[in-house]
Design a protein around this ligand. Structure first.
Ligand SMILES: [Fe+2]
Length: 247
């Protein structure tokens, strides 16, 4: 009888993201980056997230000097449009806005000049690297983020081809938390990215998981991820920081 409850080979039946409840990286705000292009698309994505158990959304539009010159104003305006539509359609889910900052010179300059869009009790600051190369002076930038009072979170470390598990662990030891996309675990971004995401989980260097939802294909992959053993492990026995009430 007892063997029935062993974790090994356990089924994913009934598994949902309800366990974590909060999705803290998505592009569901309408019309301001490469995510939802209008509010009807925003609603579709949010419904898809709610269908798999998400109960709170922290939307994180890109802020990138060359492509998406978002500001707190553009982001809050888009959030207001979305919130109006949610009320109109009777959809009850808290949506909050922060950002996904592209780590370039303008980001470093902003750190000196203004209050950035962070979230949670720990002032979490979500940022991403270029897919081509890591900023050469990143340790300095990391120190600046922390000195300014933020708790940095690197978005999808598994997607940077030049990155290694060792480098991730080293950055994490220096105070940079790590957020893996659950869609990466489905193979959505290719075999290498999937393997890297699995290694990061095995090495216990993952702090947050999220959808990084831009469009309905991501919604499909987000749902598919629930059938994976790695995702079961993340949701049932892994020391994610998301499992706390800090968000
Ligand atoms: Fe993103």
């Amino acid at each position: 009888m007892f063997g029935l409850f062993k974790k090994k080979g356990a089924s994913n039946a009934g598994l949902s993201f309800d366990v974590i409840g909060v999705d803290m990286h998505s592009h569901v705000l309408p019309g301001i980056d490469d995510g939802a292009q209008d509010v009807s698309q925003s609603i579709e994505l949010i419904r898809a997230m709610m269908d798999v158990g998400i109960r709170k959304i922290i939307a994180t539009p890109h802020i990138m000097a060359d492509y998406y010159r978002n500001t707190p104003e553009t982001i809050n305006n888009a959030l207001a449009v979305l919130k109006d539509e949610l009320v109109k359609q009777g959809i009850n889910i808290p949506v909050q806005a922060a950002a996904e900052y592209f780590c370039d010179e303008s980001f470093v300059a902003k750190l000196d000049k203004e209050k950035l869009l962070s979230f949670g009790e720990e002032d979490y600051l979500l940022f991403e690297f270029s897919f081509m190369t890591m900023p050469p002076d990143f340790n300095h930038t990391l120190r600046k983020m922390r000195d300014a009072g933020y708790q940095p979170i690197l978005a999808h470390p598994e997607r940077y081809g030049y990155f290694t598990v060792e480098k991730c662990a080293e950055l994490r030891d220096s105070g940079c938390l790590m957020q893996v996309n659950t869609t990466s675990l489905t193979g959505y971004h290719g075999k290498e990215v999937k393997k890297f995401a699995e290694e990061l989980i095995d090495e216990l260097v993952v702090d947050f998981i999220s959808s990084d939802m831009h469009h309905l294909k991501h919604a499909e992959a987000f749902k598919d991820a629930l059938s994976l053993p790695y995702v079961r492990r993340l949701l049932t026995e892994y020391p994610l920081l998301q499992n706390t009430s800090l968000l």
